[in-house]
Design a protein around this ligand. Structure first.
Ligand SMILES: Cc1cc2nc3c(=O)[nH]c(=O)nc-3n(C[C@H](O)[C@H](O)[C@H](O)COP(=O)(O)OP(=O)(O)OC[C@H]3O[C@@H](n4cnc5c(N)ncnc54)[C@H](O)[C@@H]3O)c2cc1C
Ligand code: SF4
Ligand code: SF4
Length: 477
């Protein structure tokens, strides 16, 4: 983040210039402008050709996930979801929470986790509740900056199934929404929480879009990676960035545990390489390499405004199953009925999770974007840097020195990786990136391991004190 004061006259420009743009494309869609890909491999709206009047239109500003905090996730959820749902600060409003996977052939094998994302989408299509699915699908690449994935509309079961798997890759909604204007019918939108938030903001203003998108699903989101991150994985597997054609981020296979991210890249000469991302500098997803800077200022982990949230059930009891198990947060009665019926018919495995278990399954993400966010917001406030107003308040959580160091190092990894990779690309030398990232990522990892050790020891001690009545039960919260 740059230490420049917020340009009050054009907040949309401030969002882009100061690194709070998630590249969703909501503003570009309404302004009729392009979404460009910058040198970091991230989407940014082309605002230069627009007049100050266009850019400061209150309706346009209110679409941006980083502006207008009065339209936060809690407000949008109340507007979009059935009334009366219980609320929890970690997972938002919820009707039911589950862990599960698809038993019906093909879905779990082809999915990243338990295959539920594709299966529920296919069920909605099969039952005639929707006419198609808007989700991220593989693209044909023709230049270094070309995206590997982009939003597309799938209208057949085959096309929906073909879209399975997670894309740790930037996407934007302006093009697909433009295309949707020409179509009648009802569709399912799938996206990460900030994309879903942008859709909900658009629906807030546009009755037609509310009717056209009766179902909106969110993937749980750790953070989003640039196109350059995919190029770094390719290069790390000795596929030249200019020659990389396809990438699959998490493959399944014998001996590959659900927590190992083994990726597969192909080159334009037809060769395919498979590699463990942990063996590539900055390749371990959680290292934060080439994360969008905006992700450091996000507090929605589970897509709280969506009808259905789909993620991984990162709980010890599901770890042994290398095929992957989903975590689901359901906020829509139709989806809940569909899931329960499918369980009765033995099409899926479904087991109820408590709210605490659901939050525990995403404990790392919640720490980073609640406790960590409160620290980053306080730091920005002290330095006089403008940043978006979030539901989490600056300094709301007490963050000890070890945790502060972890958060600082993660931010350093994401900022430095963006710059160094561009330099490596310019000089055609991957070792430049590898050298710099290797030592920084190791430093960050060491801090995480030390931090986890103290956190686990502290929690154990606290539980013991509670057990022997030396602390009230409420202290476990
Ligand atoms: C950037 C990112 C970060 C994530 N971080 C976490 C995390 O921290 N914790 C966690 O539990 N889960 C996370 N997930 C979700 C997880 O990786 C799986 O996508 C999820 O569990 C669904 O698995 P599945 O087997 O049911 O999916 P599938 O059956 O493979 O279905 C996935 C569906 O989502 C669509 N899709 C995939 N990626 C995108 C995308 N980027 N934009 C739009 N549509 C897309 C696919 O086209 C497909 O329709 C993340 C996903 C993404 C994209
Ligand atoms: S976050 Fe979305 S709406 Fe906001 S400036 Fe970026 S592209 Fe536009
Ligand atoms: S972390 Fe937040 S801002 Fe970043 S991609 Fe995920 S939902 Fe969007």
């Amino acid at each position: 983040m740059q230490n420049v004061s917020h340009d009050n006259r054009i907040p949309l420009k401030a969002v882009v210039d100061q690194g709070y743009c998630v590249g969703c494309g909501a503003c570009a869609y309404k302004l009729g402008t392009a979404m460009n890909i910058n040198r970091y491999g991230e989407y940014v709206p082309d605002l230069d050709s627009l007049s100050p009047e266009q850019l400061t239109d209150a309706g346009i500003e209110a679409l941006c996930p980083s502006l207008h905090p009065e339209l936060n996730e809690d407000v949008l959820a109340r507007e979009s979801l059935p009334p009366g749902l219980p609320f929890d600060r970690s997972i938002g409003y919820h009707l039911a929470n589950y862990a599960g996977y698809v038993k019906e052939a093909g879905y779990r094998e082809r999915g990243t986790s338990g295959g539920m994302g594709t299966w529920v989408a296919a069920q909605l299509l099969d039952k005639g509740l929707i006419d198609g699915v808007i989700h991220a699908k593989a693209q044909t690449r023709d230049s270094l900056r070309s995206p590997f994935y982009a939003y597309e509309l799938s209208t057949t079961m085959e096309q929906v199934r073909d879209g399975a798997k997670t894309r740790y890759h930037v996407v934007e909604i302006s093009k697909i929404l433009k295309m949707l204007e020409q179509k009648s019918g009802r569709y399912l939108f799938i996206g990460v929480p900030c994309m879903v938030k942008a859709i909900r903001r658009l629906q807030h203003q546009d009755e037609t879009l509310r009717e056209k998108l009766p179902f909106v699903f969110s993937l749980i989101c750790g953070h989003l990676k640039s196109i350059n991150w995919s190029l770094s994985l390719a290069w790390g597997a000795e596929v030249q960035p200019e020659q990389s054609r396809t990438i699959q981020y998490r493959t399944k296979g014998e001996g590959i545990s659900a927590r190992r991210y083994v990726y597969r890249v192909s080159a334009d000469d037809g060769t395919t390489v498979q590699k463990d991302s942990a063996q590539v500098p900055g390749g371990r997803f959680n290292s934060g390499a080439m994360m969008l800077p905006a992700c450091d200022y996000c507090d929605d982990i589970v897509g709280e405004t969506a009808d259905l949230t789909i993620g991984d059930a990162w709980l010890p009891r599901f770890d042994a199953d290398e095929q992957g198990t989903n975590m689901l947060v359901v906020r829509n009665q139709v989806i809940n009925d569909l899931l329960q019926q499918a369980r009765e018919q033995d099409q899926i495995m479904l087991t109820t999770l408590t709210v605490e278990e659901a939050a525990l399954a995403q404990a790392g993400g919640l720490r980073q974007r609640r406790e960590g966010l409160s620290y980053r917001l306080l730091k920005a406030q002290k330095q006089g840097i403008w940043c978006p107003t979030k539901r989490v308040k600056p300094g709301e959580f007490t963050v000890n020195r070890a945790r502060r160091r972890i958060y600082d190092l993660r931010t350093e990894v994401s900022i430095k990786s963006r710059e160094v990779f561009v330099k490596a690309l310019e000089q055609g030398d991957f070792s430049l990136y590898a050298r710099e990232m290797d030592s920084l990522v190791r430093k960050s990892r060491r801090a995480e391991i030390r931090g986890s050790f103290f956190r686990l020891a502290f929690n154990k001690l606290k539980r013991a004190f509670i057990k022997f009545g030396m602390l009230p039960k409420s202290a476990s919260a």
